[in-house]
Design a protein around this ligand. Structure first.
Ligand SMILES: *Cc1c(COP(=O)(O)O)cnc(C)c1O
Length: 359
């Protein structure tokens, strides 16, 4: 069968593996080790199956209200754009705001879906190397002549956070050099100890913040994410959405998303627990001689001197732990380890200590 010429150049994203040969502790996809709030379970038990014969609200109005009403948001519902996972939201953003006449900028080591979307929409790309300490080189990223910039904050897979003062300085430089060009801050991991860019929305109309329910809201299996920006930018996203899939968020996801938003206190506790486990695990690895990048996310990016990332990955897999390696030039020595329960992290730490001592 002949395929469209559009398809031949595609390089799809490869997610963390999900092998079925045995039970693994999955620390390779930054999923939460904890369940969603009990409010979600209640909502699901009370869900009226009968309503599934009807299309969902295409604009997810109640869900937008619920997201906008979460503590610390301080935005109106018309500043929220929900989608079927933040990956879909990101795809619409690439389509809506990055013009193919200039390169879109992202860090060399970053979320590996960005180059995939750039390829999908035929956008030229310029990747900017990280600094030697793996932090973002914001000065280079803000140079004149870009179609816009996108990066996760905290960055993935490094876990390193750009503090608000640095983010503001970057936004000033970028919007002065590239007025009217979108700056997309992907806050997939912001709830694990970072400070959100939300307060900067007033100052910078170019700013678009993307969030997901998958990580800090324990909803990777549900598919729910959203963008926050000016009402004007959100309307532009709606135009693209309504040209592609009118109903991206189904009835169940809308109901359960609203239930999740009603219990922000539960998720704050869970995220604090994960952050505490992360800091303890990082300290343990460092004590064992590892290099651990300073993480504000629900994972750590770390290397055992003298071992490749692939070797560490294989050793952990033998012990029943799935980790993630990227093998991209400059990160071959590193593994990305999602933070699980304190017990699992303690067991993994003991395995890794033994493995790295035995060389
Ligand atoms: C996990 C992740 C996402 C995708 O989240 P979904 O909402 O599950 O699609 C987006 N950006 C980054 C940086 C991520 O790590």
């Amino acid at each position: 069968m002949k395929l469209s010429s559009r398809v031949s150049g595609l390089r799809p994203y490869i997610p963390g593996e999900q092998p079925a040969d045995r039970v693994y502790v999955k620390l390779n996809a930054n999923e939460s080790p904890y369940p969603p709030s009990p409010a979600v379970e209640n909502e699901l038990r009370g869900f009226r199956t009968e309503t599934l014969r009807l299309y969902p609200d295409p604009d997810s109005r109640d869900l937008r209200k619920a997201i906008a009403g979460m503590p610390g948001m301080d935005v109106t519902p018309d500043m929220v754009f929900p989608g079927n996972g933040s990956d879909e939201v990101l795809s619409f953003i690439f389509c809506t705001f990055f013009d193919p006449s200039l390169p879109v900028i992202f860090p060399q080591h970053s979320y590996s879906f960005y180059p995939v979307y750039a390829g999908f929409y035929h956008l030229p790309v310029r990747t900017v190397p990280l600094r030697p300490d793996f932090s973002l080189d914001t000065g280079t990223m803000a140079q004149p002549g870009n179609a816009g910039v996108i990066f996760p904050n905290p960055n993935a897979p490094t876990g390193i956070l750009l503090e608000t003062s640095g983010l503001r300085a970057f936004l000033q430089q970028q919007t002065e050099n590239n007025p009217g060009r979108a700056v997309v801050v992907d806050e997939a991991y912001i709830d694990f100890g970072g400070e959100s860019a939300l307060p900067l929305l007033r100052e910078f109309p170019e700013l678009i913040i993307v969030r997901t329910f998958s990580k800090s809201f324990s909803f990777a299996g549900l598919r729910l994410g959203y963008a926050v920006s000016s009402p004007e930018n959100i309307r532009a996203l709606e135009t693209v959405k309504n040209s592609f899939n009118h109903f991206p968020v189904d009835r169940i996801a809308q109901r359960l998303g609203i239930a999740a938003c009603s219990d922000a206190a539960y998720y704050r506790r869970v995220c604090a627990e994960i952050a505490a486990t992360r800091d303890q695990f990082s300290a343990g690895l460092q004590k064992a001689g590892w290099q651990v990048l300073p993480s504000k996310a629900n994972f750590v990016f770390a290397r055992c001197p003298g071992r490749s990332g692939q070797e560490v990955y294989e050793a952990a897999k033998k012990e029943g732990f799935l980790l993630r390696v990227f093998g991209t030039p400059g990160t071959e020595d590193f593994v990305r380890i999602t933070i699980g329960t304190p017990q699992d992290m303690q067991t993994l730490l003991e395995c890794l200590e033994k493995y790295c001592a035995a060389k």
